[in-house]
Design a protein around this ligand. Structure first.
Ligand SMILES: Nc1ncnc2c1ncn2[C@@H]1O[C@H](COP(=O)(O)OP(=O)(O)O)[C@@H](O)[C@H]1O
Ligand SMILES: [Mg+2]
Length: 137
């Protein structure tokens, strides 16, 4: 079973990583962690390189944090860093192209507001995924 875990380093995304870790341990799932460094469309062209770098560093940090949990248990894991405009679209594209069997995603992320049940990335992924989706609270 191929499992895709989109992570932004947030609390709920780390819970998703943890669930995928259990699938790797118990069912031998092949897990890929994916983080999207994303930009606001209007400013893409004029965005200073150091801002881009900062966003990429954040995405790399999220991957590193997740990868460490697998390494601690000597389990293999792949990591993918993608840059773009809309994380959900890139996650859906990856799930399709990589023929993933399941996406394990957090219910909310870095922009979480207290009362929000599910963030926009998670909502879009659930609505359009080509495979099973587990939403982790
Ligand atoms: N930039 C991103 N790259 C990869 N995964 C992401 C990204 N942003 C959000 N996610 C995934 O989507 C989940 C829900 O986040 P999101 O829908 O963006 O909520 P919020 O609106 O609170 O930020 C996160 O826990 C994470 O699993
Ligand atoms: Mg978000």
């Amino acid at each position: 079973m191929k499992v895709l875990v989109p992570t932004d380093g947030s609390e709920h995304s780390m819970k998703a990583v943890q669930q995928a870790l259990e699938l790797a341990e118990k069912q031998g799932a092949q897990v890929t962690l994916m983080s999207v460094a994303y930009y606001v469309a209007d400013y893409l062209e004029e965005m200073p390189p150091n801002i881009r770098e900062k966003l990429e560093d954040e995405a790399k940090g999220a991957l590193k944090k997740g990868k460490a949990l697998f390494e601690a248990k000597n389990l293999p894991v792949e990591t993918v860093l993608v840059s773009g405009l809309v994380p959900a679209n890139l996650i859906l594209q990856k799930a399709q192209e990589g023929k993933f069997d399941r996406i394990v995603i957090g219910s909310t992320g870095q922009n979480a507001l207290d009362k929000i049940v599910m963030g926009s990335t998670a909502t879009k992924v659930v609505a359009h995924a080509p495979c099973e989706v587990t939403v982790v609270r």
